[in-house]
Design a binder for this molecule. Sequence first.
Ligand SMILES: C[S@@+](CC[C@H](N)C(=O)[O-])C[C@H]1O[C@@H](n2cnc3c(N)ncnc32)[C@H](O)[C@@H]1O
Length: 317
Amino acid sequence: MPFRSTFACLWCGTEHTTRGGDDLEGWAQLCPDCLGKAGDNPFLRFRLHEALRERSATGVGAATGVGGAAGVGASTGALERRGPGVEPVRSVATDNEMVEYYEARAWEYDEWYLRRGRYARGPIHDAAWQAELEAASDWLQGVPLHGRIVELAAGTGWWSPILAGKGELWAFDGAEAPLERARDRLLAHRLRAHLHVRDAWAEPDAPADGLFTGFWLSHVPRARLAEFLGLARRWLSVGGTYAFIDSRYDPQSSALDHRPSPDEETTVRRLNDGRTFTIPKVFYEPPELERALREAGFLTVDLETTDRFFLLGTAIA
Ligand SMILES: C[S@@+](CC[C@H](N)C(=O)[O-])C[C@H]1O[C@@H](n2cnc3c(N)ncnc32)[C@H](O)[C@@H]1O
């Protein structure tokens, strides 16, 4: 299909005008909203792949090697992929219920970030959330990660574009569906990363200069915190940085029908279709985390919090 700078979206009919001749929307003739849903719709996915193929055949936005700098053109090969899905690496049994939950939640996960549906908590709380989320993004932008960066439990890749803009990103998750969303997100940003299914508890396979986890530490049960932080330390070369963003306890952080408790170590989560799952959720306070990071062998530890929702930290190996 030829590139069109203005078109009616082939899926929803909305009129859309692209910003330039290499915009994927113009090649796919899909509006940004529909393009963003390509992961869960065979027609949209087909159009995305066709658009990538057609665009790269013209040399517009041609790909450079994996690990190239931020802003390199996307192509069907922009993210490493073997066979029909992402490559499984499971050297330790995964926490089945949690992986099952996030696998099923992949297509609604970002509603949490975007405060949509059951996660909309009214303008006052949502404005505070939005401001703090932006502060967390700015904070991560400022963390000097570089070189080989590993992201464990990367999920739908909310933070992956920031990380992929800083170095060669290896983004892992125990579930495949969220990684498919991460793939779409990175493609939309024209960034590259290696995406693989991999257990966060698996031993490192190569040293990294940077390690990142988003909202993963709060899924590590207290009894396993030292074990995980030891693993985090082993991922890093000496001088490498572990950076993380995680949850503080706030009753308005989760969905309307979730009842998180600061005192319990598990929480019951519900999907939009009503299915429920029980998963670990621990709201670590900065002093406890700092102590555990130092005990795991990290040297310089810096922890801060936003007003209500987020915990931000770096630790140098
Ligand atoms: C709260 S989400 C965080 C996703 C992402 N890091 C973010 O900040 O938005 C937790 C992620 O952990 C993943 N996960 C759960 N158990 C895992 C395991 N054993 N190994 C790897 N990933 C796991 C889930 O699939 C899910 O994507």
